[in-house]
Design a protein around this ligand. Sequence first.
Ligand code: M6R
Length: 366
Amino acid sequence: EKGGYDHFMLKEIYEQPEAILDTFRGRLLSNEAVIKLAGVEDNMKKFLAAERIIVVACGTSWHAGLVSEYIFEDLARIPVEVEYASEFRYRNPVITEKDIVIAISQSGETADTLAAIKLAKSKGAFVFGVCNVVGSSIARETDAGAYTHAGPEIGVASTKAFTTQITVLTLIALRLARAKGAISSSEFRHHLIELETIPSKVKEALESDGYVQTIADIYKDAKNFLYLGRGYNFPVALEGALKLKEISYIHAEGYPAAEMKHGPIALIDEHMPVVVIATKKGHYEKVVSNIQEIKSRKGKIIGIVTKGDKSVKELADHVIEVPETIESLTPLLTTIPLQLLSYHIAVMLDKNVDQPRNLAKSVTVE
Ligand code: M6R
C-alpha cells in the first residue's frame, strides 16, 4: 500500500507531480486559454462583488491560505485576510454579506475550521471550501467549493495536500483575475502555460533528494533551525519549519527574512542551520543581503535557489536548486526540498514519520 516507499509521507511527496495534474484535470485548458471551475462559475456574481476574501484554516492549510493571499492580491486585486480558524471563531469578527470566506482543509473535518464556517455563515457570508476529502463535513457545510483531488493523504505531515491546495487557489485567483480584467489575456495565457509545466518541474525538484539526504545527515543533530523566505516564499518558510517540528521534533521557526534584524538574528551562531529560500525574481537581491548578514554571524546557510544561481552559491554552505518559474508559482517548487529535508532528518533520527507523537491526521476536537 506504500507503493514500495518506506513511508506514506515519502510516497505522498513523490506523488505530487501526478496529484497536481489531477488537480488541473478538466479545469486548466491552456489551449483554449480557459479555466473551468464549476464552484466559481456558478457563483461568479458573488465573487465579482466581493470586497474582501477571508481565508480560514489551520496548520499547513493555513500556510496554503497565506500563499493564496499573495496570489489573490497580486493577480485578482482582491484584499485578503488569512485567519487561524481557532482564533477567528472566538473573536467577534467583522463579517458581512459582501465577504467571501474560503475555508481550506485537507480532511474536511477540522473542528475549528468547521466552527469558523458556521460563524461566517451565520453572519451572511458566502463560504467556499477547498477540501481534499470528498463528502467531508466541511465540503458539505460550505456553500460551494473546489476539491483538490490529491487522492488520500495518510501521513500526518501534510505534503501533497499543500501543493494541490495552492494549485486550486491559483486557478481560482487566475479565473477571477481574468473575469475582473485585472490581468491581460496574454498575461493570463502565460500563467496557464507556466502552471502546466509545474508537474514536470516538481519532478525535477524531486531529483534533489540525494543531495538533501547529505544535508540532512550533516544537520540532523542540530537543536534549532531557522527558515527564512520573503513574499510568496515567506509562507513556505513557515511550512518548512512546521514539517521539521512535527516529524523530527527539532525546534524550528519560520520568519520573513527581513524580520531577522528585529530580533531573531540574535540567535545566529555557528550551531544554527538557516534554510533560506532565495529564488530569482521577487526579492532576490534583498534575500541575498539577508544571507550576508547570517553569514557574517557564522550561521550555516542552506539556500533554496533557482537552477543556475551564482550569487547565493558563493555565500551559502549548501544550495539546493529548483527549476525556474514565474514568481507566483515558486512555492510549488521551493516546498519540495523542505519536505524532503524534514523527512530524511526524521528517518535518520528514527522517529515515527507517518504517525508523529501527540498528533492526529484530522483534529476533530478543539
Ligand atoms: O485537515 P486540515 O487541512 O484541516 O488539517 C489542518 C491541520 O491540522 C494540518 O494541516 C496539520 O497542521 C498537519 N499535520 C501539518 O502537516
